[in-house]
Ligand binder design. Structure first.
Ligand SMILES: Cc1ncc(COP(=O)(O)O)c(C=O)c1O
Length: 349
């Protein structure tokens, strides 16, 4: 049975007439045409033409790679853009709200604030597990979206998929599972469950394991009705041709990416062991991502000392349950060794 998910969308936008470029409908026919509709410079270069607004070629390629249908796929200028777009799509400013589960990725809250959308915070348990009952009990009629990143940022742990499924099943709105770090984790992607849960959206990114943070490319996977709806009010050319071409190339380089991930995971393991031996490190939290959260004696002091030695980490201490923590990205072997060398020196400071 097909579920009507339009009830999760903003009623005031359902009838929106989107911007369309004149050539869109003709190019899909594959005909060779003279393009004098968009006021471009006609002299050919790699960027003289506007890119394909719906990124047909890239979607074909990603859908084969990720085993989804092209109509279940939305591409964005980084996951950050998708986060903003889905909030805009589902929440009425001044009335609706999103739910987040702090400590969590900061952009969900920032995007909601910019758009005039309320935020309910349902903190994780102190051991960084989801508080499933509190999440389910706290959802109200105007709660339209729940954002759950797994592996989580900044805590680096995976959440239990069974708990996540309970939330998806019980929530009368869309649950966004943010899999920015999925390549570093041993959990399966939630994209496999898209056909069972029409209110599920999953996002992944080219910014982390895929090594393309500078190109800005996010992928979101969801029910085709939600994708269609998102397409209606995205910026017409939200992905540029340089990014599209770089991504087409990168998808062919997955052996290289897998190898880099393997090296990063090996380095992560070494770092975890060595960090535990540093005197001012009080805990090293288990990681399923490409970063490690540690608790130190005094995070501000240690953060500044590292800066003095030319090393930038993230001070995560302002997050709930993260007092005196630092978040450290796993770097190259030399960088990790330098970090440990400096931290050993800092033991006496
Ligand atoms: C959980 C999570 N989601 C999304 C993003 C943003 O990804 P993108 O670079 O694709 O905007 C990050 C970046 O740190 C993240 O940690």
């Amino acid at each position: 049975m097909k579920t009507d998910i339009s009830k999760f969308f903003r009623a005031s936008l359902l009838k929106l007439n989107p911007y369309k470029s004149a050539r869109e409908e003709y190019l899909s026919e594959g005909r060779d045409m003279i393009l004098i509709d968009a006021n471009e410079n006609p002299f050919q270069s790699s960027t003289n033409r506007y890119p394909d607004p719906l990124q047909g070629e890239l979607k074909q390629k990603i859908s084969k790679w990720k085993n989804v249908n092209p109509n279940q796929l939305y591409l964005s200028n980084g996951s950050d853009e998708f986060i903003t777009q889905i909030i805009m799509a589902c929440c009425e400013p001044g009335r609706d709200e999103i739910m987040i589960v702090p400590p969590t990725f900061g952009m969900y809250k920032v995007s909601a604030q910019i758009l005039g959308i309320g935020i309910i915070e349902v903190p994780l348990k102190p051991d960084f597990k989801l508080n499933t009952k509190a999440i389910i009990d706290s959802a109200k009629e105007n709660t339209k979206l729940i954002f759950i990143p797994t592996p989580n940022n900044p805590t680096a742990n995976n959440f239990d998929p069974i708990e996540i499924k309970k939330i998806i099943k019980s929530f009368n709105g869309i649950v966004v599972i943010d899999e920015a770090y999925i390549e570093f984790s041993n959990h399966e992607s939630f994209t496999k469950l898209l056909e069972y849960y029409p209110n599920l959206a999953v996002c992944q990114t080219f910014s982390k394991a895929q090594g393309m943070a500078g190109a800005r490319l996010g992928m979101a996977f969801a029910n085709p009705d939600l994708i269609n709806y998102l397409n209606k009010f995205k910026a017409p050319y939200n992905l540029n041709s340089l990014t599209i071409n770089a991504a087409l190339k990168r998808i062919n380089e997955q052996v290289l990416v897998k190898n880099q991930v393997k090296i990063i995971l090996k380095e992560r393991k070494k770092l975890e062991i060595s960090l535990r031996k540093i005197k001012f490190v009080e805990s090293v939290f288990p990681s399923d991502a490409n970063f490690i959260l540690i608790r130190v004696d005094n995070s501000l002091k240690r953060y500044k000392q590292l800066l003095d030695y030319g090393i930038v980490v993230r001070n995560s201490s302002k997050n709930i349950f993260c007092e005196n923590t630092l978040r450290i990205t796993v770097g190259l072997k030399d960088e990790n060794e330098k970090l440990l060398f400096v931290m050993r020196k800092m033991e006496n400071l």
